[in-house]
Unconditional design. Sequence first.
Length: 432
Amino acid sequence: MTLQAGAAILAGMKRSQTGSRFTSDAGILRLMDDLGSALSGSDKKYMLGGGNPALIPEVAAIWRTQMARMLDDTDRFDRVLGQYDTPQGRPRFLQAVAGMLNREYGWDLSPDNIAITNGSQSAFFMLFNLLAGPGVNGAPDQTVLFPLMPEYIGYRDQSIRSIDFTSFLPRIEQIDEHCHKYHIDFDALTVPDSTAAICVSRPTNPSGNVLTDTEVARLDRLAADHDVPLIIDNAYGTPFPDIIFSDVQPIWNRNIVLSMSLSKIGLPSLRTGILIAREEIVRAIGSMNAIMSLANGTVGQAITEELFESGEILRISRELVRPFYQRKSRHALEWTHRVFADRFPYSVHRSEGSLFLWIWFPELPGSTADLYERLKARNVVVVPGRYFCFGTHDQWEHTDRCIRVSYAMDNADVERGIERIAEEVERIWSAA
Ligand SMILES: Cc1ncc(COP(=O)(O)O)c(C=O)c1O
């Protein structure tokens, strides 16, 4: 089914404000729509738009082995498929994750600090709506604060109302002619009383930025001073999947909600999000899980729990997943510089992690929304930058000059995609 924009989805039906909101022209709907249509049809497509991880053969072989082991143990297999988990997750898995993180980082986690969700996307839906929105007993409205735009497109439509996000623009460090990096502008950053949580992705989707340890420590203090949690989205981070190329430390304390996922290590279809938080937040997520879905899918937890217990998940991340994406990132960057050189002004955000290059065309006439349409007509799907800017700063000319390009696909596809991007930018450029 193709998703349609706006009220058309519920056309002719009585609907609520919430119904209208979740069926409006959400950036994520457009992205999923293009993902779906890009994969259909007979023409060769260059799918540089989505966040799907690559299929890494050595890693896929490990999942097959784990699945075969589970199938061989018929009693375990029957119980994995035939029983609901607790709303918080599978007890053995919770213990395995807590044990692994305690061994690795000296944290003091118990299973009560861990909640499983059906993917980390739904963890954010729960967190944002638990915290932001109209206050209790007539208290003022509460918001989630994003200190560094651009941020993950998947957050922008998660709140039940559209007005619940506060956002701040970055300071841009121009490292050289073709490379820049975003930093939190702490001089401009204020935490209004309405703030219920501060949230960042690290590595950041879309830019591939990794907040420095100093920036995270400052955010941590700021959140603690204002008595609100700091949510760190670690979907690409360390210790798993470890798609992070700069040397930074993970951080957790009772004021931090650390969100992890099994998706980017190669198991997106098993929908396993892992939240590390203080007990009250974990209980709240368990309660929402119970109301929304009774329990989560168990298979992702079951096929990886031995890998958490043995620490093998760390080896897979460090020795297989990270080097794979680091090679892909280098290749995509080299190809971009080779193909773009001397044709038009551009700058790529320093690639410090995640699956994406974030390319800025500072003098592009018009918006990358037009570039996106032109590319789509040539079977190349990227994501135009404007969707990654939302909240109070939802209009920023800068992101309208940017695109997000995934380098998770085959190198040859990435190369052809980048070549077409260059051709289209050049056409727009020379026609202006
Ligand atoms: C930064 C970030 N957070 C969260 C998610 C959600 O991932 P999942 O629901 O598969 O865990 C994604 C997916 O692309 C992401 O890029």
